[in-house]
Design a protein around this ligand. Sequence first.
Ligand code: SAH
Length: 236
Amino acid sequence: MGPNRGMRAHDYAARRERMVQQQIVARGIRDERVIEAMRRVPRHLFVPEDRRHLAYEDRPLPIGEGQTISQPYIVAYMTAALQLKGDEKVLEIGTGSGYQTAILSLLARWVYSIERYASLAERARRRLAELGYRNVSIRVGDGSAGWPEEAPFDAILMTAAPPTIPLPLRQQLADGGRLVGPVGNRYDQMLIRLTRKGKQWVQEQLVPVIFVPMVGRHAWAEDQDDEWPGVSSFQE
Ligand code: SAH
């Protein structure tokens, strides 16, 4: 038996509540809907079984294919930055474990999520269906090209870092829509928020972060993939 021995659903619930208080509320996340979503989604069911005991720790975790699930605080911070009210059509680039997708699905009308690795997309799709998250569509492919058939989007979340914001994503943002995500090189990324106002895009710099690279036609080239650190967390 591994480190999960004896862990029951209510133990995870207690850890989750502590995570929300210590990592989310105490650090200044104010959006009540975001806090409630972080309270509801069972994060331990989105991490590999042998890491479940670490699911509510203040850190990212490996999820396979050299990718990571972001630390809880960054998920809450990025979600709050999207300023969702509940009726939005949201695009996510980088489904990964599906955890961030689940959070978004509680806060918007529909979530479209794109993942480059079929293995991760398949696992996420199954988990989300099992847990009853219905307003989600997942596609395997290159998210740097967006999802043109479903555009425009009221909100776009990138959970992998391109060198610059991919042009198709700018174009698929609705008027008044927000795009949030990390942009920069492998050592030095900034979380940015881009708000579309008609033919203008207003950019704000939020905080420094480290994410895995976005690999695709409008992002980094495939062969640069290996050089990146496999983490996604805030630099404090
Ligand atoms: N939101 C995820 C975080 C996953 S890490 C979670 O909550 O678990 C970022 C993910 O982006 C990885 O799974 C990686 O494979 C994916 N990715 C990188 N480039 C991509 C691209 N061009 N299109 C779609 N997914 C991409």
